[in-house]
Design a protein around this ligand. Structure first.
Ligand code: ADP
Ligand code: MG
Length: 696
């Protein structure tokens, strides 16, 4: 099975040493094409640069040994078949042991010369040193020279081992014609980057450590540069090619709303709104990310921006990630803005599930009978046509993908202004990667009078004490949340230790909170009912709310001061922080109690961090380190390809270089045809994922 023409997109099956069966097994690692195999980069490298004389073998150290075998012997115990031999070179000899590989007996004879890479242990049975953790070994033909160096170690599967990978990739590299350079010569030269073809070959079989470093840097640069170019292109298209809307200076309506606010804005809020207003008054479309920790008061900034766009005769849209949050925003906005004649519409499941209300609202949006429309992702459905959409705000952006962000923007003939808001304080390097097309405003201050939330971790055994404390707070007039990871117990989880919301609710509402109004809320409850529960909780009629993560983002009930999280080990760090952010929103002292019996491992580490800091930025950084960017954002959410080789922590310098290179490159390059080629390379490199970003 061989082909004469070489195409990167050909099935990996045609690589010598792979074939149909192994190709099938490789699918598990998402390796389908030759290109996939080529970019299946080593996880690490085995240092096989030097031969260890046997006399210098040390316990627990790995060595590369070359010698001849004798004393070959097979011994069987009840569990194991142990093949042992003595290996000797000119400096001495050592025992070698293979476990359950008795078939080797047919290949190894007295006098066979082998090269073996393995770890040396003290063998208590024989009372001597032995090589018994064998990474790899090869039988050497008479006179055969061995190749030393850094040997790649690949992410492997049970069925495909390292030597298969090494051989297959070696064969692929031999067959592969030189890879065409994709980077412009001036960038290569300026940043002193290794040519692509060399880098691709050296990353697998590096000549030495320095060359390997160069190869890694080059390939990491490519990934980051391509992403940055994509982001720059989006930015450029948004700002240069199309005209945005231009607002006038703040007029009477903005001023009236501003003066009617029940509090004074913090300096950061004010500064952010001023920047936003400036963006809106310019003729370029606004593209701004507002980052502010939970509870820092982003909503009011969004509201003022929406009022401003309405004042200028346009419509505005606010997109929230959950039904509950959309309804909450709708209520707040109605309460604060309706008295000024601003017409506010809601587009969420509650409205869209009935044909009548749905079409009524669609037509009000299309006829400009609503000034501001608030909704969930129902807002980006094709049927929704705005008459004059001028501003789009996405709340809690980390829940939406880049694609969704782009989609809402398409709903208008002109390019509407755009703000995205997130409470996940993303480290700067990640901001550059994921939100590189946006300008960033930070709200660092909290509104005055907030007391830090006291967080503590408790075991299930102290549950009773915990809920007695909750009860005492409720009797003082406060309200409380209890959050559980699951709604109900599934068959398979019958015996497991997770206590679902339904059961906790039964336990609490029939037990210690029997005389207190409790409610249960979760994703399976219908929107109308959910709404009613939230309204009653908001109005203080419900004191204790047992819920799942449906309340995770954005919910704002300042009188709620206690948050109990059951099975806290089940939640991620950012999620815990978000949940905790539901309390500490008023001037009363607030508490967050994490119930968990898992104090070990990563879960324990998360809970400790929660106890030690209230700072979302620190937590996010830690979380990102613990989980890696892919999981941190969730692949489908950030909409960008997972990086195969670049690492946003280790490669910060390369990231900045890539960012700067893309910045000058994209703006100075007026010929868009280059990008068509670049895009092809992107698609080749990243598959469909990159196509989600609309470069066309
Ligand atoms: P988030 O940034 O998490 O979306 P919100 O916008 O929901 O935060 O605001 C949290 C709470 O703080 C709300 O109850 C809001 O009314 C209140 N708030 C916002 N800004 C101020 C301020 N400058 N002074 C006092 N309270 C404020
Ligand atoms: Mg919010």
């Amino acid at each position: 099975m061989s082909k004469t023409e070489f195409e990167f997109t050909d099935s990996v099956m045609y690589v010598k040493g792979v074939g149909p069966n192994r190709a099938k097994a490789l699918e598990k690692l998402k390796i389908f094409t030759m290109y996939d195999l080529l970019t299946h980069y080593p996880r690490t490298y085995d240092d096989q640069r030097y031969i260890t004389p046997i006399s210098q073998a040390r316990i627990d150290e790995q060595g590369v040994f070359i010698g001849t075998l004798y004393n070959i012997n097979l011994r069987e115990t009840s569990r194991l078949k142990i093949l042992s031999a003595t290996l000797s070179d000119s400096s001495g000899s050592i025992k070698v042991m293979w476990f359950n590989q008795e078939y080797l007996q047919k290949k190894l004879f007295t006098g066979t010369r082998i090269m073996i890479v393995g770890k040396v242990k003290f063998d208590t049975w024989n009372g001597c040193l032995a090589i018994n953790q064998i990474n790899s070994f090869a039988i050497l033909e008479p006179g055969e020279k061995v190749t030393l160096g850094l040997k790649p170690v690949y992410p492997a599967t049970a069925t495909i081992n390292q030597s298969v990978f090494r051989t297959a990739i070696q064969n692929l590299l031999e067959k592969m014609p030189p890879i065409k350079e994709i980077l412009p010569a001036q960038i290569l030269k300026k940043l002193n980057l290794m040519p692509l073809d060399t880098a691709m070959r050296q990353i697998h079989f590096p000549k030495d450590a320095a060359t390997l470093g160069q190869a890694r840097r080059r390939l990491a640069f490519d990934e980051l540069f391509l992403i940055q170019c994509g982001l720059m292109l989006i930015k450029r298209q948004n700002t240069e090619q199309k005209l945005g809307i231009t607002c006038k200076k703040n007029g009477a309506l903005v001023k009236k709303v501003f003066e009617s606010l029940p509090f004074t804005l913090t300096d950061d809020q004010l500064k952010t709104f001023k920047t936003v207003a400036q963006d809106m008054e310019s003729s370029l479309p606004m593209r701004r990310l507002i980052q502010g920790d939970v509870g820092s008061g982003k909503t009011v900034v969004a509201m003022l921006a929406l009022v401003k766009v309405v004042e200028n005769g346009w419509q505005g849209a606010l997109m929230a990630p959950t039904e509950i949050l959309a309804v909450q925003h709708y209520n707040t906005f109605t309460q604060m803005l309706e008295k000024f004649g601003i017409r506010i519409g809601l587009l969420s499941a509650k409205v869209t599930r009935y044909k009548k209300t749905r079409e009524e609202n669609y037509s009000k949006i299309a006829n400009h009978e609503f000034d501001i429309v608030i909704g969930t992702h129902a807002l980006i459905q094709d049927a929704v046509q705005f008459a004059k959409l001028g501003l789009v705000i996405t709340d809690e952006q980390h829940r939406f993908g880049v694609t969704q962000r782009a989609n809402l923007g398409k709903k208008s003939e002109v390019v509407p202004d755009m703000i995205v808001m997130t409470a996940t304080p993303i480290p700067r390097t990640m901001t550059l990667t994921v939100y590189g097309d946006l300008n960033v405003s930070l709200i660092k201050q909290m509104p005055p009078g907030r007391k830090p939330i006291k967080t503590s971790v408790k075991t299930v055994r102290s549950r009773k004490t915990v809920y007695e404390f909750v009860r005492s707070e409720i009797l003082k007039g406060r309200q409380a949340y209890v959050v559980c990871p699951l709604i109900e117990r599934s068959e398979s989880e019958r015996f497991n230790s997770v206590d679902p919301a339904t059961e906790i609710y039964e336990m609490l509402s029939r037990g210690i909170f029997k005389d207190i109004s409790c409610a249960l809320i979760h994703g399976k409850i219908n929107p109308l009912e959910k709404d009613e529960i939230m309204t009653r909780f908001h109005d203080g009629k419900i004191k204790l709310l047992v819920s799942t993560t449906v309340i995770e983002v954005g919910v704002d009930v300042p009188n709620a001061t206690v948050m109990v999280i059951e099975n806290a080990e089940r939640f991620g760090l950012s999620q815990l922080h978000q949940l905790r952010g539901r309390v500490g929103r008023g001037s009363e002292k607030s508490y967050c109690i994490l119930i968990s019996d898992s104090k070990q491992g990563a879960a324990g580490a998360r809970l400790d961090l929660m106890e030690s800091t209230n700072n979302g930025f620190e937590l996010a950084e830690e979380d990102l380190k613990l989980r890696g960017p892919g999981q941190f954002f969730g692949e489908s959410q950030h909409g960008l390809p997972d990086l195969k080789i670049a690492n946003v922590f280790r490669d910060i310098e390369t990231l900045i270089e890539a960012r700067n290179a893309a910045e000058t490159f994209v703006t100075s390059e007026s010929d868009l045809s280059y990008f068509a080629g670049l895009r092809k390379n992107l698609a080749l490199a990243y598959g469909d994922k990159f196509n989600q970003i609309n470069l066309a």
